[in-house]
Design a protein around this ligand. Sequence first.
Ligand code: GCO
Ligand code: MG
Length: 403
Amino acid sequence: MTTIERAEVFVAGPGRNFVTLRITTSDGVTGLGDATLNGRELAVASYLRDHVVPLLIGRDPARIEDLWQYLYRGVYWRRGPVTMTAIAAVDTALWDIKGKVAGLPVHQLLGGRSRDGVTVYCHASGTDIPSLLDDVARFREAGYRAVRAQAAVPDVGGTYGVRKGTGIYEPANAALPEEQLWDTEAYLRFAPTYLTAVREEFGFDFHLLHDVHHRLTPIEAARFGKSVEDAQLFWMEDPTPAENQEAFRLIRQHTTTPIAVGEVLTSIWDVQHLITEQLIDYVRTTVVHAGGITHLRRIFDLAALYQVRTGSHGATDLSPITLAAAVQVDLTVPNFGIQEYMEHAEVTREVFPSGVTLSDGLLDVDDTPGLGVEYDEKAAARYPYDPKYLPVARRRDGSVHDW
Ligand code: GCO
Ligand code: MG
């Protein structure tokens, strides 16, 4: 019988920190899984190295479902981002191996294509409205069919989602968390004006999205959703923190702006009520933080029953392994909505050579067996782990706010 012979955990910082699991079978087939949890990378690395790898050695790599159940139920302590990211890495690597053994890309194992390509949204941002409009123009010219728009609230240094200069937006920027100012009232006054300006300038012939990034109370979110209805957003994302899920019922009573939630949620039980009570329109769980391909498909199938569509998280702190896995899944799911896409830095792409292509606003993969992504261990060794934290937000009175 083929067995799992080796499972190695790599922590490296090509452009930003990534944790990668590589499983090797007794037949010499390798599979990759992303295990990156932004700002808590070493917790997942230790969970894998110290508590999961010893359980994998000698097991049958073909039994993906059984290993998922074994790692989930067998631990007694359930759910949570560290556990679910570690399980995700194992699951993703095993799907990669299964594809390579079968000689098929993972989307074929999942039932084959439901679509020709995966519609993505990109991140446009500006330090003011004119620079945001320039950025939207740039992405429209590059062929994107969907654009997320974020602009810096005047005099509020801690606005989420605004790139500095022309580089890649990377909020995890300091060895200790940077403290940033937040002002809800200023945001509520300003954000609708630039979303309206984008529509006035470019019309309605593309999807426009916006990420509130968990910063409003339910009634503020309701007010925000109402105030941007004329801009016909594809979605407003994370309008309020998802811990209080009843909040979304309140928001929905006031606005028809669609709601997307789920990038910080890690299991089907965390999204159960959001989906079954139709409190959201898009579920943003991902391969890497929600238990891998096996568990994500379960979430997406539940969502399909309630006409909730998918919109997986895809920021740069999810490695190219997750992006490749996301495209494999997105190609197949009937209730696909959209996929977030931020291009990784060149050094990241050097370490993770990937077959994912972008053309005309759609991501795609070819028929390379497995996930179609590799890990260049030698190149990775040139970029050591470098501790980096996401910022913390504080209100004008100095109290902590949701970042
Ligand atoms: C998004 C997200 C990210 C997160 C980041 C945290 O919608 O892309 O909100 O930008 O802030 O992934 O690690
Ligand atoms: Mg987000």
